[in-house]
Design a binder for this molecule. Structure first.
Ligand code: BTN
Length: 271
C-alpha cells in the first residue's frame, strides 16, 4: 500500500491483475473501509460496460476507486455522472489551456476532441453489514488505443499529453475525489448536473439509444434530476432512460455540420 506524501490517498499499485474493479470489490468484501485506489500496469480480464471486454495492455491507466457508502441508495444512480465529471476535469487539467476539448458523453464516457479517451465502469455490491460498496473503474487511453473500436478513439499521447502514468493517475484521482466532494452524498447533485451539462456532447441533438432489448430514436432533450437521459421521440412522447449506448445521428450533436470521423454509412457515430 502506498500513500502519496502530499495527501492521505490510499493506493494499491499492482503489476498485473484480472481487473482492478475485481480487486477493489474483493478488498471491500475483506473489510477494507475505503476509500482505496487500486491500479494495475495491465489487466488480463478488463471489463467494459454491458459485458464487453476492455483490452488492457501496459502503457494505459487502469484505476478503480473503492468507496463504501458513498451516498444514500436513491442517489447511487447519479454516480456515473459524478465519476465522469471528475475524470473529465482531470483530463482537462492534463490538457492544460486546451482543456475544453475534454467532454463528457452520456452516461459516463470521456471524450477528447470528440473521440473516446476514457471508459468508466461503475460496479456495486451490498456488504454483509448492509452498506453499499461502489467501485469506480477508469480505463484511460494514455499511450494506446484499441485497434478494433467501432467508434472514434484517441489517447492522451495523441492529444499532446506526454506525462508519466503516475502524474496522470494523481491528476485524475484528485479530480474524481473532488467531484465526489461536490456531490456531497447527493446534496450537491444540482451543481454536478450543471457542470456535467456544461461539458457534455450531444445535448439537444438527434440520437439513438440502444437498450438491451431495443433501440429508440429521438432528440436528447435534457438530463432529469436523476441523471437519466430524456429522449423526445418523434411521436412527441418523452421517455427517461437510465442506461444504454448513445449514438449521435447525422451532423454532430453540437449542431456543427460535418460527418464525425467514426460515422458509418448511415451517418451515425458512437463515440
Ligand atoms: C467502457 O466500456 O467504456 C468502460 C471501460 C472501463 C474499463 C476500466 S479499466 C479499470 C477498471 N477495471 C475494469 O475491469 N474495468 C474498468
Amino acid at each position: 500500500m502506498s500513500r502519496a506524501a502530499s495527501s492521505q490517498r490510499r493506493r494499491l499499485a499492482l503489476p498485473e491483475v484480472t481487473s482492478t474493479n475485481s480487486v477493489a470489490l474483493e478488498a471491500a468484501r475483506a473489510g477494507d473501509p475505503g476509500p482505496l485506489w487500486v491500479t494495475a500496469e495491465r489487466q488480463s480480464a478488463g471489463r467494459g460496460r454491458r459485458g464487453r471486454a476492455w483490452v488492457s495492455e501496459a502503457g494505459n491507466l487502469y484505476a478503480s476507486w473503492l468507496v463504501v457508502d458513498p451516498a444514500p441508495l436513491d442517489q447511487l444512480t447519479n454516480l456515473p455522472l459524478v465519476a465522469s465529471l471528475g475524470v473529465r476535469n482531470g483530463i482537462a487539467a492534463l490538457l492544460g489551456g486546451d482543456g475544453e476539448r475534454a467532454q463528457v458523453k452520456w452516461p459516463n464516457d470521456v471524450l477528447v476532441s470528440d473521440k473516446k479517451a476514457v471508459g468508466i465502469l461503475l460496479e456495486s455490491e451490498r456488504l454483509p453489514d448492509g452498506r453499499m460498496a461502489v467501485v469506480v473503474g477508469c480505463g484511460v487511453n494514455v499511450a494506446h488505443v484499441p485497434d478494433d473500436a467501432p467508434y472514434g478513439v484517441t489517447s492522451l499521447e495523441r492529444e499532446g499529453v506526454l506525462r508519466p502514468l503516475d502524474v496522470v493517475f494523481d491528476t485524475i484521482a484528485g479530480a474524481v475525489e473532488a467531484a465526489f466532494g461536490l456531490f456531497a452524498r447527493g446534496a450537491g447533485f444540482a451543481a454536478v448536473r450543471r457542470d456535467w451539462l456544461a461539458h457534455a456532447v450531444g445535448v439537444g441533438g438527434p440520437c439513438r439509444v440502444n437498450l438491451s432489448d431495443r433501440s429508440l430514436e429521438g432528440r436528447f432533450e435534457a438530463l432529469d434530476q436523476s441523471g437519466r437521459l430524456l429522449l423526445r421521440q418523434d411521436n412527441g412522447e418523452t421517455i427517461a432512460i437510465s442506461a444504454g449506448d448513445l449514438f449521435f445521428l447525422g451532423a454532430d450533436a453540437r449542431g456543427t455540420p460535418g460527418v464525425p470521423a467514426s460515422a458509418d454509412a448511415r451517418g451515425q457515430t458512437n463515440v
